[in-house]
Design a protein around this ligand. Structure first.
Ligand SMILES: Nc1nc2c(ncn2[C@@H]2O[C@H](COP(=O)(O)OP(=O)(O)OP(=O)(O)O)[C@@H](O)[C@H]2O)c(=O)[nH]1
Length: 261
């Protein structure tokens, strides 16, 4: 059979990223307590394509990824997947992104009842021939924010709402557990959110948020200060979004920084 992908192409255009997206596979993510959490990974895997070739060999991407189904995947395994991809596709650069929901245990503040909170997470990595791996970890964490202006000017109450922090970060060495990064992030809001709260817990979180009013700017600045203290961190990107309860829009702030070592 003719190998159409190997035919020549005369348009003179190198393609920076071509491959497969929206691939779903069960992966295992290592947890801080030493177990493995099975996650449904949504995967994108691409390579560069020199201008001389008509197409990449897409079946090989699925062959490579299928070898990792039901296996633990973190930055070391991602480096191996990308190294395999460079070899099998004769490529100079390869990029891999996996998005997945990861569950952390939450303990209600007064009743002590346990529940599982789902966090949208991502591991993305790029590997160039002969270069070190460029690995980025992403975690999104919900939180409660209560408005300092509203509290100051109102005779009683203050508008408050759920919000979302999105952090993506790079580290020169080591690896921060998702559990630890999530705890650091949610501590910067007016109050964490919990799947399971009894009335005694609801009283506690209501009063905690009221005692800890924060603008979206406050949350972002406190998150910058907290991330700067992380060992080995070299770069981070933050987005904070408050789903304002008094508007039909959000309050939003973002910040990107290379961390001076
Ligand atoms: N490059 C490219 N391939 C496509 C496209 N659409 C479908 N294909 C894939 O072409 C694949 C078959 O080509 P290859 O992966 O090269 O398969 P093959 O030649 O039998 O396998 P190898 O010998 O490993 O190259 C199928 O898996 C299709 O999914 C496209 O738009 N671009």
């Amino acid at each position: 059979m003719k190998d159409v992908q190997n035919l020549a192409d005369e348009r003179g255009i190198e393609i920076q990223k071509v491959g497969v997206s929206d691939v779903h596979l069960p992966f295992f993510i290592k947890t801080k307590n030493g177990s493995l959490q099975s996650v449904l990974a949504r995967i994108k895997l691409t390579v560069d394509l020199p201008k001389e070739y008509k197409g990449t060999h897409m079946s090989r991407f699925i062959e490579i990824l299928s070898e990792w189904s039901q296996k633990p995947v973190s930055f070391r395994e991602m480096e191996q997947i990308l190294s395999d991809t460079l070899t099998r596709l004769s490529a100079r650069s390869a990029y891999l992104k996996i998005d997945f929901k990861y569950f952390i245990e939450k303990i209600a503040p007064v009743s002590g009842l346990k529940s599982m909170l789902d966090l949208d997470c991502s591991f993305s990595a790029k590997l160039l021939q002969g270069q070190p791996l460029d690995f980025v970890m992403g975690v999104n964490v919900p939180f409660t924010s209560l408005c300092p202006c509203s509290k100051e000017i109102a005779q009683y109450g203050a508008h408050n709402q759920r919000g979302l922090m999105r952090v993506r970060l790079k580290q020169a060495a080591g690896f921060i557990w998702i559990e630890d990064l999530a705890a650091l992030m949610e501590a910067q809001g007016s109050c964490p959110v919990f799947p399971l709260l009894k009335r005694e817990d609801e009283k506690y979180v209501t009063e905690l948020a009221y005692e800890n009013p924060k603008f979206v700017e406050d949350i972002l600045r406190d998150l910058v200060l907290a991330l700067r203290k992380l060992e080995h961190i070299t770069w981070f990107e933050i987005e904070c979004e408050n789903y304002e309860s008094i508007h039909n829009h959000s309050a939003y702030a973002s910040h990107t920084e290379f961390v001076e070592r």
